[in-house]
Design a binder for this molecule. Structure first.
Ligand SMILES: Cc1ncc(COP(=O)(O)O)c(C=O)c1O
Length: 399
């Protein structure tokens, strides 16, 4: 595929719109076509054998590669500063394909104590069934990491900002410690996106996205991405994707994510600006407490935030005085803001992690890991900020 208008000096939006595509190669089509095919014809049996053997580049079968996916992979890899990327059917497909590939029975993985509920279940109840030892560690605490790293480990996984409570973790610190131990650092960058944070620049080896969220951006698809070195990504494609999970992204969905990417920077900057205004409003409400937002002056990890991220993003967490009983009344009183899980969509979404996205932790684990039962998570959308503030205000008045 042509490298098109690639130029590392070009900005994020320019690359997200143009990189890797030249309309002249596709009958002048402004928008990259969808290669809606499951298999590819070989001119000769010998050519097919060469493609299969990898001695000549060429497409063989849609489970492992497709030109529409390839463009998406190239663009996201470039935005993340990675050599290569791999698109998969969901964020969980990206996480599972990656760890099925890099770990084997007898290995040990360190996972931050706060991650998305199904990632938690994958590491605590999935991988462990196959002889991998998982240890949940507070990766925001260098001493806890050092203690866990006293025994050999093979990989470390974390989200920053973390789902649901937006803890910020020092990517450079964790990556350096993992490197010393010969372990692979994998960062889930779903919440920040490459617009706000690029984990590989801070020393991580692999970066993962639920592209269902900001990369797709419109709440109409599921997709996942992993990006890193050529070799690592090739291993995940040829093992984790090809026969361990088979979690292939459809060409049509790859096209939709490419469409979403074109406005990624614009959207993320708007989400962040609107979220900052809402955080400011919530901070002035007497019945709201424990507001978490990475860019808050009171964030204990503010110094790390400033080093790693360029804005706070679109997610906010908070609690209502009176706990989740009042929290439910408040959420049920919202008119415009929609009660739904997921995030990164045009619509502002609100949910209760303890009974929804993080129910899989179980009450005891949530308490141990610091996910409070009163916590409410809001993904600020792209509506006009004033309308969102009006909705929050009327719901608070109805308490
Ligand atoms: C941080 C994070 N990573 C991964 C996932 C899983 O992604 P998907 O739903 O696309 O499988 C989610 C889903 O909410 C998430 O929030």
């Amino acid at each position: 595929m042509s490298t098109g208008k690639r130029n590392s000096k070009q900005g994020i939006s320019t690359r997200a719109i143009h990189l890797g595509y030249d309309p002249a190669t596709e009958q002048g089509a402004l928008t990259p076509p969808i290669y809606q095919t499951s298999t590819y014809a070989f001119e000769t049996v010998e050519q097919g054998a060469e493609y299969f053997a990898g001695t000549k580049p060429g497409y063989v079968y849609g489970r492992t590669r497709n030109p529409t996916q390839a463009l998406l992979e190239q663009r996201v890899a470039d935005l993340e500063g990675a050599e290569a990327g791999l698109a998969l059917a969901s964020g969980m497909a990206a996480i599972s394909a990656t760890f099925w590939t890099i770990l084997k029975a007898g290995d040990r993985v360190l996972v931050d104590k706060i991650v998305y509920g199904n990632s938690f279940t994958f590491f605590s109840k999935g991988l462990t069934r196959f002889g991998v030892e998982t240890e949940f560690v507070d990766l925001s605490d260098p001493e806890a990491l050092e203690k866990a790293a006293a025994r050999p480990f093979n990989a470390v996984f974390f989200e920053t900002p973390a789902n649901p409570n937006l803890r910020v973790i020092d990517i450079a610190m964790v990556s350096a410690m993992a490197r010393k131990a010969g372990a692979v650092t994998v960062v889930d960058n779903t919440f920040a996106t490459p617009v706000l944070q690029r984990p590989l620049e801070h020393g991580a080896d692999l970066v993962i996205h639920s592209a269902t969220k900001y990369l797709g951006g419109h709440g109409d698809l599921l997709a996942g991405i992993v990006a890193g070195s050529e070799q690592q990504v090739k291993d995940i494609r040829m093992n984790g994707l090809r026969y361990l999970t088979g979690g292939t992204l459809s060409p049509l969905t790859a096209f939709l994510v490419l469409r979403g990417l074109k406005t990624l920077e614009l959207r993320v900057m708007h989400h962040s600006k609107s979220a900052a205004a809402i955080v400011d409003f919530l901070g002035r409400q007497s019945e709201i407490s424990n507001i978490s937002y990475p860019a808050l002056a009171s964030n204990p990890a503010r110094e790390i935030y400033q080093r790693q991220m360029t804005a706070g993003g679109g997610l906010i967490c908070f609690e209502l005085d009176g706990g989740i009983t009042r929290g439910r009344t408040f959420m049920n009183a919202l008119d415009l803001i929609t009660r739904a899980v997921s995030l990164g969509d045009a619509e502002t979404l609100i949910q209760h992690p303890a009974s929804m996205t993080h129910a899989s932790y179980g009450a005891e684990e949530r308490a141990k890991h610091g996910i409070s039962d009163g916590l409410i998570r809001m993904s600020v959308g792209l509506e006009n900020t004033e309308d969102l503030l009006d909705d929050l205000e009327q719901a608070l008045r109805r308490l």
